[in-house]
Design a protein around this ligand. Structure first.
Ligand code: NAD
Length: 608
């Protein structure tokens, strides 16, 4: 049964009794065992712990420089197997061995019987039948014994890792040192582990090794302190995995242009890990992905090494829920959902996270854990889609959607506020629901909420540009030729992350209509040409008093705290506010999902 599952077992059976053997065959026997042990072609070794009889021990010693210690199997190469070496007594000392001894005796007896009399042939046939049955029992007992030994081996690997985690002796690793991976590596190092980050980006690796953080949520002083304690380092070399006990995978999971999951980062990270995977390791995937990734993609790749999940190594999925820029909730105090490949995998992953994170939420499988993250992000995408649609409605109905949401959220139960905006941004909300819808479609299920919300949310940048056009119209100006300043290009306030930012779409659409586009963002000094449809690099401009009046319109896409909103209201001719960043009514402010302020200048075309 175990062989069918692909485990390669070396049964290293040192002869213990002197029988029909001479010095040459003893040496041959030893060399053969040592050769196999040394090649490491096997997943584990089962060796005999039966004492070597004195007469034979002398023969062993004659043909070796290192003496055999009578009573134990003392080959050096055995130590390479560590926990994967299982010592068992020889069959003659094991209950199963009695069958073997009886079998030999009965075999001799039956040979004598056959020679003695053919008349006693029927008895010999009975003896043959009983021999077969003994051989069968013998095989069965051996298999059961082996089975139990392997279970013991995996329990002992787990126990060793658990002890290492509890004593903080486990060497932890994080693959992918981005917004998710770096804070996790720092938390593990703060919890008392040695943490090593592995990233393909040599600049990030250098930065950590120099004691500098490049993630706003991680302070440089913190990295410096952990570096000087010698508990945090980084490398581009996956070979370090040979020395690690645990590895968390935090690499990107973007969408392809076709909106299909792009698994290439996970696959490449797991390939790197598989090359150095060793027994007793815990591997946890954290990247957001579709349900089934851990057991359909990661597990087979790791098991292609010959090691088995749940037996030789431990496998789990735990979704990251980090909210960059959130001063209250950070890696250590956001409850961590964990699902394991097996109960023991779950226990070990929970043990690791429990050392660094306040609350652990165990779930029954990796698939449940994967689905939890997609529910959370789909919930947000759908509710944002709903409130964006409400904003479009309110615009037509001359109702202020911001006032509506603020009043609705006073209900102490059954309502949770979501706010409209210029479109979805970031690595999660615009992407993760499509991982779910892709997987659902594989099963023939049509996920309508996800598609509908995606449709409404993707239309918001167009709505913003229409709003700019309508606002300029009140000044008898066209978009074509107007100077438009985008205030904020990060996907949300007070962070530097521009991934999937709707600002890129708004800028591209304005440019396509002939506007001259500039941007201001204290967090993002430069927008590269590849990041927007303009195709050329832009540098951030100042948006301080005295610089604002030169623009025909300012469009607030990201409501960074650092912006001087009072200066904007005082100096800008037109402000299109997509975030309700400017409170109160002002004649020059045009809000998304709200009627024009009283006293706003009249135009020939009314704003919808
Ligand atoms: N950023 C968030 O707010 C957030 C929140 C929750 C979940 N997540 C999820 O966490 C995962 C990581 O996101 P992130 O924001 O940290 O991404 P990121 O782009 O900030 O960081 C990913 C890092 O992985 C590195 N990398 C890529 N391929 C690699 C490989 N094969 N080997 C080693 N390193 C590799 C990159 O160089 C980069 O430094 C994604 O699946 C994301 O959906 C992100």
């Amino acid at each position: 049964m175990w062989a069918a599952r692909g485990i390669r077992i070396l049964v290293a059976n040192l002869m213990t009794e002197s029988g029909e053997t001479d010095n040459f065959s003893v040496l041959d026997h030893l060399l053969t065992i040592e050769w196999h042990l040394g090649r490491q072609l096997f997943d584990c070794v089962i060796y005999n712990t039966t004492p070597v009889r004195d007469a034979l021990a002398a023969k062993y010693e004659e043909c070796r420089s290192t003496p055999i210690v009578t009573g134990s199997f003392e080959l050096n190469a055995l130590h390479r197997f560590g926990e994967r070496a299982i010592g068992v007594p020889l069959v003659s000392e094991h209950p199963a061995g009695r069958f073997a001894t009886n079998r030999r005796a009965s075999h001799r007896r039956s040979r004598r019987s056959r020679r003695a009399s053919s008349a006693r042939g029927s008895r010999a046939r009975r003896s043959e039948a009983s021999r077969r049955s003994e051989a069968f029992k013998y095989g069965l007992c051996s298999e059961l014994y082996l089975h139990r030994s392997l279970e013991q081996m995996s329990a002992s690997l787990a126990e060793t890792l658990r002890e290492k985690i509890r004593a903080r002796r486990a060497r932890t690793g994080v693959v992918g040192l981005g917004y998710v991976g770096l804070p996790l590596a720092v938390e593990l190092a703060k919890a008392g582990f040695h943490a090593t980050g592995i990233d393909l980006d040599a600049r990030k690796v250098q930065s950590i090794n120099d004691g500098r953080s490049y993630i706003p949520d991680v302070a440089t002083v913190e990295v410096q302190a952990l570096r000087s304690k010698g508990v945090l380092d980084a490398t581009t070399d996956f070979a370090i995995i040979r020395e690690l006990d645990t590895v968390n995978i935090c690499v990107p999971t973007p969408l392809r242009k076709t909106k299909d999951p792009d698994m290439s980062y996970i696959v490449s990270a797991v390939e790197g890990i598989a090359k150095h995977l060793h027994p007793g390791m815990l591997i946890v995937l954290e990247s957001t992905t579709y349900p089934g990734t851990t057991d359909e993609v990661v597990q087979p790749m790791l098991e292609a090494t010959g090691l088995k999940a749940g037996v030789d190594f431990f496998l789990a999925f735990s979704p990251e829920r980090v909210d960059p820029g959130n001063p209250t909730y950070q890696t250590h105090n956001v409850p961590k959902v964990v699902g394991g490949f097996s109960p023991i995998c779950l226990q070990l992953a929970a043990e690791l996270y429990g050392s660094a994170i306040q609350t652990i939420v165990p779930v029954s499988s990796t698939r449940v854990a994967e689905m939890v993250k997609l529910l959370e992000n789909t919930f947000r995408a759908v509710n944002i889609g709903l409130v964006n649609e409400l904003a479009l409605m309110c615009d037509r109905m001359n109702i202020n959607v911001w006032e509506v949401v603020d009043a609705a959220k006073t209900k102490p139960f059954g309502f949770m506020p979501f706010y409209p905006g210029p479109g979805l941004g970031g690595h999660c909300i615009p992407i993760d629901p499509f991982y779910l819808s892709w997987k659902a479609k594989q099963t023939g299920f049509d996920p309508r909420f996800i598609e509908l919300a995606g449709h409404i949310n993707a239309g918001m940048p167009h709505y913003v540009v229409d709003k700019v056009a309508d606002a300029l119209n009140t000044r008898r100006k066209a978009v074509n030729g107007s100077n438009v300043l985008i205030a904020g290009v990060a996907y949300k306030k007070d962070i530097d992350d521009m991934r999937e930012s709707p600002a890129m779409d708004v800028m591209g659409l304005l440019l396509a209509r002939g506007a001259k586009v500039s941007y201001a963002d204290p967090w993002v000094p430069q927008v590269h040409g590849r990041e927007w449809s303009g195709g050329y690099d832009l540098k951030a401009v100042d948006m301080t008093r005295g610089t604002i009046a030169q623009y025909d319109a300012v469009v607030i896409i990201t409501d960074h705290k650092a912006f001087d909103y009072a200066a904007l209201v005082d100096e800008a001719d037109i402000i299109v506010d997509t975030r309700n960043a400017i409170k109160g009514d002002h004649p020059n402010v045009f809000k998304l999902g709200a009627p024009r302020a009283a006293g706003a200048p009249e135009g020939k075309v009314a704003i919808a």
